[in-house]
Design a protein around this ligand. Structure first.
Ligand SMILES: [Zn+2]
Ligand SMILES: [Zn+2]
Length: 409
């Protein structure tokens, strides 16, 4: 039987696993319940399993027996073949679920609203499918079950703990799937070469003057108008210093200063989200935003501390790996179910840290429930977002085929 048929055969188990995880969502880097469900699902498979220390990750390595046949390094009698990495993230969000599903979250205020529960089930399914083909597998597969995608940089922690060297040699390629509750119909995938998702980081600014009486501003150094000037100047920076075809977005989301009307405060602070779509624009916006706020502060005789809190870099799909992955997806799902995505997504992803070191591709997989209109269905992160289970077997098969076919190249 083919991978797709085998995936169909284990679909009920994948649905069960996904719903078990959905019922008990966990946030952040420490997801002990989710980790133990993954370990249970992998039980009995011929995998080398290790777990994280700084986070509750699971790394599973499947070594194939087919490398010697295709000329792997047999000198030491230990034919290896290439390594491919497959990644599925595990964490949920601080969202109070309103789907009304019978397997809805039982944890108050926490929900798998980004579909990472499906990713875990699909990746565990791929491990099953590939383990059944271990003897013929012409290389090694690393399964990266990753906590903390939603703002906790779990991928960076797993890289620091050695996931990219888990098989003893670097992967030749890395792939990740992400489900979408809207925009794409169930079972339709989309991807693009080059920039797939934005870089996102937080600009933190504190302007320090010195306070005084509101009636005598000339005796104080008022930080509020200076900080206001920075906010508007940052918008001018976006429109005057950046190519409209390589855009950046700066949105000031918080601004705090002062206590009452007639007291000039010592400080004003604000936070902005800064998004960019190329590594060059990211470097430039960091540099120019810091120079701009520094210049404004010194022009007004106040001081400023400004810094970028480490966010996620641009997620860049390798052109050749994306072509390959799109072809595998088209063969598996049907030509008409594999779309070329016109623009990058404005969201950000910590799989970007993996793609900085290993060429690979990130693919979206539609999971909009049948009967719902993808154009109007609640999107990822919404409290009423619903991801359809019917895509689990297709997702597991796609992960497995990506590894199988990439190792056989
Ligand atoms: Zn998300
Ligand atoms: Zn997500």
């Amino acid at each position: 039987m083919g991978v797709r048929d085998d995936a169909e055969a284990i679909a009920p188990e994948l649905v069960r696993l996904r719903r078990d995880i959905h019922r008990e969502p966990e946030i952040g880097l420490h997801l002990p319940g989710t980790q133990s469900k993954i370990l249970d699902a992998l039980e009995g498979l011929p995998l080398e399993i290790s777990v994280g220390t700084a986070l509750s990750s699971v790394t599973a390595v499947l070594r194939g027996g087919g490398a010697a046949a295709r000329g792997g390094d047999a000198r030491g009698g230990d034919a290896k073949g290439p390594v491919v990495l497959l990644r599925g993230d595990m964490d949920a969000l601080p969202v109070a679920e309103r789907t009304g599903l019978d397997y809805a979250s039982q944890t108050e205020g926490v929900m798998h609203a980004c579909g990472h529960d499906l990713h875990v089930a699909m990746l565990a399914g791929a491990a099953r499918l590939l383990a059944a083909r271990q003897r013929d597998l012409p290389g090694t597969v690393v399964f990266m079950f990753q906590p903390g995608e939603e703002g906790h940089a779990g991928a960076r922690h797993m890289i620091a703990e050695g996931v990219l060297d888990a098989a003893g040699q670097r992967p030749v390629a890395a792939y990740a799937l992400h489900v979408a509750s809207s925009e794409l119909p169930a079972g339709v995938c989309s991807t693009r070469p080059g920039t797939m998702l934005a870089a996102a980081e937080i600009l933190e600014v504190t302007v320090r003057g010195h306070g005084g009486h509101g009636s005598q501003p000339h005796l104080a150094a008022d930080p509020i108008p200076v900080a206001c000037e920075m906010v508007t100047a940052l918008q001018t920076l976006v429109t005057r210093k950046f190519d409209v075809f390589d855009p950046v977005v700066i949105t000031v989301g918080t601004f705090h200063a002062g206590t009452v009307d007639n007291v000039i405060p010592d400080e004003a602070t604000f936070l902005a989200t800064v998004r960019s779509f190329s590594p060059a624009a990211r470097d430039r916006v960091r540099e120019s935003a810091l120079a701009l706020v520094g210049g404004i502060a010194s022009g007004h005789g106040v001081t400023v501390s400004a810094s970028f809190r480490d966010g996620y870099p641009v997620t860049v799909n390798d052109a050749a790996e994306t072509r390959f992955a799109a072809r595998v997806a088209a063969d598996l799902l049907g030509e008409e179910r594999c779309l070329a995505q016109p623009d990058p997504l404005t969201g950000a992803e910590d799989f970007s840290f993996v793609l900085e070191q290993v060429p690979g591709a990130y693919l979206m997989l539609g999971a909009c429930p049948p009967g719902a209109d993808p154009a109007t269905a609640p999107n990822n992160h919404a409290a009423d977002a619903v991801f359809d289970d019917s895509v689990l077997s297709a997702g597991a098969a796609l992960y497995a085929e990506l590894a199988l076919q990439r190792l056989a190249l």
